[in-house]
Design a protein. Structure first.
Length: 197
């Protein structure tokens, strides 16, 4: 039986969140492709995992950390909603990552999740693509690629709905068509990538 681990981290609920709405399309498509599959769902914004502690480093089993690690290891594929907040990921998602990265088990020479596919929905209010004025502020994809691929050995793919502030910010009104195109492209990519799994 195929298992999908789905992590949401947006502070905004439902359709008010672009990362949640695109991830929901991905998950729905994945479930259609795997009618007998299982989904492990964690909303780390609504129910934050504890931040890593010295005790968690010394004794992962005593802090609930192993539960999170085992969920990651049990999954055949991973889906992460990672909106950009102040040029970085939400602290709740960082806490989850800190818990699941365990040297000698999930990271190191032979990570236990090596090669597992992970799809990240990395939404952002502006654009940080090469050639844009804020290109140098792209810390979400760079960080997550380093952590997910570099530390955990996962195969990382990104879906990036951008310019999500355009419909609400009068100063960005000229960018609304680009936002709409980006959103449509993100929804299409969610379907294609979920079917590919």
């Amino acid at each position: 039986m195929a298992t999908l681990l789905h992590i949401d981290s947006s502070a905004f609920p439902g359709d008010a969140s672009h990362s949640r709405s695109v991830a929901a399309v991905f998950r729905r498509t994945w479930e259609e492709q795997h009618p007998d599959g299982a989904v492990i769902y964690r909303d780390v914004a609504a129910e934050p995992v504890p931040h890593i502690t010295a005790e968690g480093h010394r004794n992962p089993g005593a802090t609930g950390r192993l539960v999170l690690i085992e969920e990651l290891e049990r999954a055949d594929a991973v889906l992460i909603g990672a909106p950009m907040y102040n040029y970085g990921i939400p602290s709740t998602l960082k806490a989850w990552l800190d818990n699941v990265i365990l040297p000698g088990r999930t990271s190191g020479e032979s990570p236990s999740c090596q090669g597992k596919p992970v799809t990240v929905v990395a939404s952002r209010g502006g654009s940080y693509e090469p050639g844009t004025p804020r290109e140098g502020f792209e810390f979400v994809r760079n960080y997550l690629r380093a952590v997910l691929a570099g530390s955990l050995g996962l195969e990382v793919g990104f879906i990036v709905p951008e310019l999500t502030m355009a419909p609400r910010n009068p100063a960005m009104s000229a960018l609304v068509p680009q936002y709409e195109a980006s959103r449509e492209r993100a929804l299409e990519e969610a379907v294609v990538l979920a079917k590919r799994l």
